[in-house]
Design a protein around this ligand. Sequence first.
Ligand code: SF4
Length: 147
Amino acid sequence: MKKKVIVSACLLGECCRYDGKTKEIRSVIEALKEYEIIPFCPEAPLFGTPRERINVVEINGKNRIVTEETNKDVTQLLEDEIDAFVEKHPEADAIILKSKSPSCGHKTTAVLNEKKEIIFYGDGIATQIFKKKYKGISIQDENDFIK
Ligand code: SF4
């Protein structure tokens, strides 16, 4: 049986980014030939493509996900979507996510204050949930595959 890898769908060539584009990285796809690939994108099914940008914003000491223009808090929607994905895919051997994304970023996502200034770089909301649910599986991003 093949090992399973969860991969941000935009890295695989899906046009699911907020601007309607992809972020396909051939070296990621090439490296995963022996794996069963499980594509992951929590934002496109919820908000469509293209869509308003979202940001991680620290509010009262907690990271919230807020739409850039309309200031709508969509944290719960995303949590529910990601929890449903994890329930459907309880097992994984590897995880490769898109850097800098408010959902998928790993140590690279800009966390803003309420004035929209960057205060530090951390994890996106999916990465935070994956770290708890897929314990012991290291999380990589596309930069680990770009020489
Ligand atoms: S970074 Fe994550 S949420 Fe954003 S488009 Fe890619 S897969 Fe979807």
